[in-house]
Design a protein around this ligand. Structure first.
Ligand code: 0T9
Length: 419
């Protein structure tokens, strides 16, 4: 690092100590800025389209007996776990690989969208819709649809951060629901907390911690525990996933039907039962280094709508790539002022900004009975807006219960934004 950037990093670090909880408000030195908006991160959920639809293909024969039906249901839970693990490397390591460290993403404006598709010869077209549905706090919602296999995913996420001496600690809010319509089966996943290490040495990276869950509508629950260097092993990015027949049996680790462990950024292994699999004797579960992510296809900038992320941020992104501090600031201000004007006009006319493809559904008010209600009951998870994965009857099991849901009709009627 040059002397100039190391001194700007030092003053950035000291500005962090007086930080107010809103990560977007941190003015970071240009070398730590990423030219990519957070609204793009939704694509990481399906960069392995074959794994995204795999579970839907694991079906017992029509004349199968109960044991085979049960075995297939477990195979699907394992497959969904593999898909989930396969998303983590891009979600949390990509910036380190492509830019040398974690970087501060562009903070999406309200209504910013990002769309694209994967055309895989084997599994057909998979469509991504991502939309910034809230700016304060920042919330991104997404839908991912593979119509040839009747598989769809919808979810949303936001974060809240606190600072401790050597790291930024981040709690995620939101969840996702994967639906396998041919099987009439659904899966709820929660999002793990994380922290950012390497701040002192100006080489930040994300480490996952705590626990996330995958609950299947057929009862199976996967508990995934994360840790970094020195907890389970000397390696970073490790996890241990245990699959149980149901939430009740998950109270005792000995009840695990299957245990998977290793690095989510690298290799992991799988074994039956509750013993930790070993890399020497057990089967390879997933090798994140061996399978290249499939690139999402995105329209060229000229054919994008002004609300589409890459088009909207083009000038800011160019300035970041040139490390031109004044220009970054200038171009960002143009977008911020436009947004401020829009909000002011909305307030004057009393018309609120309308989200495009997602609705904010109030589960406390409506007594809804849908996959989310069913899956949170099975998993004993809260329906309220606490940190992702909060349990029923925990201190977070209170307050609002509003969740962003994909409105497919709105997408079908979309005329301005094309794939
Ligand atoms: C959802 C993901 C999320 C978004 C990012 C914390 C973070 C913003 C949120 C949670 C995705 O599915 C997964 C991956 C990485 C997360 C980001 C990592 C990060 O550093 C940023 C925050 C806002 C910062 O930029 C902190 C300041 C910076 C100087 C550290 C490099």
């Amino acid at each position: 690092m040059s002397q100039a950037s190391s001194s700007s990093w030092t003053s950035f670090l000291s500005s962090i100590t007086s930080f107010n909880g809103d990560l977007a408000s941190l003015t970071a030195p240009p070398f730590i800025l990423s030219p990519t908006s957070l609204v793009e991160f939704s694509q990481y959920w399906a960069e392995h389209p074959d794994l995204f639809v795999e579970a839907s293909l694991l079906r017992a024969d029509d004349n199968a007996g109960a044991p085979e039906i049960e075995a297939m249901a477990l195979k699907r839970a394992i497959s969904v776990t593999k898909w989930f693990i396969s998303t983590l490397r891009s979600q949390y390591c990509l910036r380190n690989e492509s830019m040398g460290s974690e970087k501060k993403p562009l903070n999406p404006f309200l209504g910013e969208v990002f769309v694209g598709k994967w055309d895989s010869p084997l599994v057909g077209e998979t469509v991504l819709l991502s939309e910034q549905v809230s700016h304060h706090p920042a919330v991104t919602a997404y839908g991912i649809i593979n119509a040839s296999h009747n598989v769809s995913l919808q979810g949303y996420n936001g974060v809240k951060a606190t600072i401790s001496k050597a790291s930024i600690n981040v709690k995620q809010y939101g969840h996702g629901i994967l639906q396998l319509d041919d099987l009439n089966e659904s899966y709820l996943y929660t999002l793990p907390p994380l922290h950012i290490e390497g701040l002192i040495s100006a080489s930040p990276f994300v480490e996952l911690e705590g626990t996330s869950y995958i609950q299947s509508s057929n009862g199976f629950i996967v508990q995934i525990d994360y840790s970094g260097r020195g907890y389970f092993s000397g390696k970073k990015h490790t996890f241990k996933a245990r699959i149980y027949r149901d939430q009740l049996s998950s109270a005792n680790k000995d009840n695990a039907l299957v245990t998977i462990s290793g690095q989510w950024s690298d290799k992991s292994y799988i074994a039956k039962g509750s013993a930790t699999p070993s890399s020497k004797t057990d089967e390879l579960f997933y090798d994140a280094m061996a399978v290249k992510p499939e690139q999402l296809q995105v329209k060229p900038l000229e054919s994008q709508h002004p609300l589409e992320s890459r088009r909207a941020w083009k000038k800011v992104a160019d300035a970041i790539k040139k490390s031109d501090y004044d220009q970054i600031h200038q171009e960002k201000s143009i977008i911020e002022n436009e947004q401020r004007d829009l909000r002011k006009k909305e307030q004057e006319s009393g018309a609120k900004w309308q989200t495009r493809w997602f609705d904010n559904v109030d589960y406390a008010a409506e007594q809804k009975h849908d996959p989310f209600t069913n899956l949170t009951n099975l998993a004993n998870l809260s329906i309220h807006n606490g940190p992702s994965g909060s349990a029923k009857s925990s201190k977070y099991d209170t307050g609002e219960a509003k969740h962003w849901r994909l409105n497919l009709d709105n997408w079908k009627q979309e005329t301005e934004i094309k794939l």
